[in-house]
Design a binder for this molecule. Structure first.
Ligand code: ZN
Length: 301
């Protein structure tokens, strides 16, 4: 893996505003979460594809908006959860990180086998309004690219092509990861659609393009041509988890005095692990007693 290549996302429009386009390299992000959760290759691909979709869907938001993707299939990895925001910060986890399956009939990592072919994808957007926006669609393939394509068509009424790829090394580390999203906007003609379909059909595997040194921008040029492409923005994508010792203290306090008392008596300390980044926070007896004090109902004067 090339340590110097930062993860980057480009977004723009093409063909006189008839296409909205996104492309991203997520190699460092997927490797960071692979390492934190010690995922096996099939799981790395499933989590990595969801992280990559999340990075691009986060880039569709603005300001303080954020979203959570939950892929709940009936496969052995269990639930995949990815959380992303408009600042390019992404994190995620999977219920069962150590799922490894034999390659599928195409000789590829069997993502659909790991995710399952039945279930739902939920996208919850926090747009800073009172109520969150929740969209959900049934899983149609389990390979995830097609599933997000279906999500955009049904839940956001936008015809979209989604490509997601994760390539894993023999030592389990991530060699390349990335993706693209092409959305068809009003004004698109049948001839445009045919042209796009041909470009998509002729695309080599995303991860092999990235391995050859292609960038998100050059991948978009392959898809829509150089002339009609307008890049509006380039942003860094990075792993970020806002968890902290203070947040974990608040979680412990919210358990309530009775439960905290029980932890102090039975274990004498507490270890709290963040689902999203696998960071462990340990609280010794002294600290727990302090938190217990705060959890006790305050007398009313
Ligand atoms: Zn965390």
């Amino acid at each position: 893996m090339n340590e110097l290549m930062k993860d980057v996302l480009v977004r723009g429009t093409a063909w006189d505003g008839k296409l909205r386009v996104f492309a991203v390299r997520t190699t460092q992000l997927v490797e960071e979460l692979r390492r934190r959760h010690a995922t096996y290759p099939t799981t790395t691909a499933a989590l990595g594809r969801t992280l990559t979709a999340g990075a691009m869907m986060g880039a569709m938001l603005k300001g303080e908006e954020k979203l959570i993707i939950q892929v709940k299939g009936d496969g052995p990895v269990g639930q995949i959860v990815v959380d992303a925001n408009a600042k390019g910060q992404v994190r995620g986890y999977v219920d069962n990180p150590q799922v490894q399956l034999p390659s599928n009939a195409l000789g590829k990592l069997d993502v659909a086998g790991a995710v399952g072919r039945n279930g739902f994808i939920y996208v919850t957007k926090d747009l800073g309004l009172k109520e969150s926006y929740i969209g959900s669609v049934p899983i149609v393939s389990g390979e995830l690219g097609e599933d997000f394509t279906y999500y955009f068509a049904v839940s956001e009424q936008t015809n979209t092509a989604v490509g997601l790829g994760v390539l894993v090394e023999e030592d389990n580390s991530v060699i390349q990861a990335g993706g693209y999203i092409i959305q068809l906007l009003p004004g698109i003609t049948d001839a445009d659609i045919t042209r796009l379909e041909q470009a998509l059909a002729g695309m080599p595997a995303l991860t092999s393009l990235l391995a050859q040194g292609e960038t998100p921008e050059s991948i978009l040029i392959r898809l829509v041509g150089e002339d009609g492409l307008k890049i509006h923005d380039t942003m860094d994508i990075e792993f970020h988890c806002p968890c902290s010792s203070e947040r974990m203290e608040r979680n412990l306090i919210s358990l309530g005095a009775t439960e905290l008392q029980q932890i102090i008596e039975e274990d004498g300390k507490a270890e709290v692990v963040c689902h999203f980044c696998n960071e462990a926070y340990t609280f010794e007896r002294d600290k727990l007693e302090e938190l217990l004090d705060q959890a006790k109902p305050k007398p009313i004067h």
